[in-house]
Design a protein around this ligand. Structure first.
Ligand code: NAD
Ligand code: IPM
Ligand code: MN
Length: 358
């Protein structure tokens, strides 16, 4: 028996609702296998902060670090809630984990499953993956406000791009492209305006490309990339981009792939020095929380990425086959969070079943 230690952070709003279903699906996929999951739940997020004033105590971060992987729901309250202004749960918890655990490859696949309605009328075959840099860029918090609250206020938010940080994510993206049939990589930036960071990205992409001559590389400015993603998403295979551009492009990708309720992600630490963290792309959705209205599929597919990462790719494939079968059968139905979980569990193929297009 192999024991896997899983840290679970359900979070706020719909986070616990979708994580409940993801946990059920993981258990159903692993039933009868020789893998034993040991879960530890960490109650972190806006709710915890409002109750105790704590965001991420050091001892809890150390405890989380001792697990093999992290399953994360979503955190955050109603945008603009004044009681949360001082806390900034998103920075103090989510980004702190991504930064401290060196989740430099934020992997966000966009696959339009048969039976799923895209926001686009004629999307074609959509199957691409965005590799979003996860530890640098404008997210680092480098900046400040001078003379706050005065007419002379100046705010800066400096984007930090190190050769080390850019190279490791670009290399990861080339490896991702190499493992896929189309052998194509699109890098996205705004080199016409952000000339300094743009030049660093360009230099690194060109240097690493020399090691992967079989991969076809193209470049798009980020604004144009949104046009191409809407007009012809089928052209993309792997996209690599910085932290902020990747954030925005992956919400757009979520809409293209059938909605944010289907968009999965993995915050990957490829070196294995800290646990990787798997979470839906969406947030805590306070507007629908507590009503079992959330689609848990994004969280479930994130659990599938986690199984892959843990070396359980056959189990990940069975999970995705179940999601595909559920969508093909029930794609258009209005269902509760729990009903979607039930239906996906009912579609899990027996282990050893040959899978088509998983
Ligand atoms: P959001 O993703 O929570 O919601 C955007 C819209 O999508 C809402 O209308 C919501 O109802 C809908 N939606 C989201 N997930 C859904 C699902 N699974 N099924 C059906 N509909 C879904 O983004 P927001 O409203 O900008 O943010 C709400 C809070 O979440 C904020 O506090 C924000 O900072 C936080 N947030 C957290 C994360 C995270 O923890 N990873 C990610 C994004 C936002
Ligand atoms: C995401 C979220 C986070 C991000 C926020 C909540 C910090 O939007 O995971 O996409 O910007 O990365
Ligand atoms: Mn986002």
């Amino acid at each position: 028996t192999r024991t896997i230690k899983l840290a679970v952070i359900p979070g706020d709003g719909i986070g616990p609702e979708v994580i409940e279903q993801a946990n059920r699906v993981i258990d159903a996929v692993l039933a009868g296998s020789d893998v034993a999951l040991e879960r530890t739940e960490f109650k972190l997020g806006a709710e915890r902060f409002l109750a105790t004033g704590e965001t991420l105590p050091e001892s809890e971060q150390a405890a989380i670090a001792s697990h093999d992987a992290i399953l994360f729901g979503a955190v955050g309250g109603v945008p603009g809630d004044p009681r949360l202004r001082s806390a900034n749960i998103e920075r103090g918890l989510l980004l702190k984990l991504r930064f401290d655990f060196e989740h430099y490859a934020n992997v966000r696949p966009c696959v339009l499953f048969p039976g799923v309605d895209s926001t686009l009328a004629n999307p074609g075959t959509v199957d691409f993956v965005v590799v979003r840099e996860g530890t640098e860029g404008p997210y680092v918090g480098n900046g400040g406000r001078l003379r706050p609250g005065t007419p002379a206020e100046v705010a800066t938010e400096v984007s930090v791009n190190t050769a080390f940080g850019v190279e490791r994510v670009v290399r990861y993206a080339f490896e991702t492209a190499k493992a896929r049939p189309r052998q194509k990589l699109t890098w996205v930036h705004k080199t016409n305006v952000l000339v300094h960071a743009g030049a660093t990205w360009q230099r690194v992409v060109e240097a690493v490309h020399a090691e992967y001559p079989e991969i076809a590389v193209d470049y798009m400015h980020v604004d144009a990339a949104t046009i191409h993603m809407v007009q012809n998403p089928a052209q993309f295979d792997v996209i690599v981009t910085d932290n902020l551009f990747g954030d925005i492009l992956t919400d757009l990708a979520g809409a293209i792939g059938g909605g944010i309720g289907l968009a999965a992600s993995g915050n990957i630490n490829p070196d294995g020095s800290f646990p990787s963290m798997f979470e839906p792309v969406h947030g805590s959705a306070p507007d629908i929380a507590g009503q079992q209205l959330a689609d848990p599929t994004a969280a479930i597919l994130s659990a599938g990425l986690m199984l892959d990462h843990l070396g359980l790719a056959a189990e990940g494939d069975r999970l995705r086959a179940a999601v595909r079968a559920d969508r093909a059968a029930n794609g258009a139905a209005r269902r509760s969070t729990g009903e979607i979980g039930d239906a996906i569990i009912a579609e899990i193929p027996a282990s050893g079943t040959p899978l088509l297009g998983a």
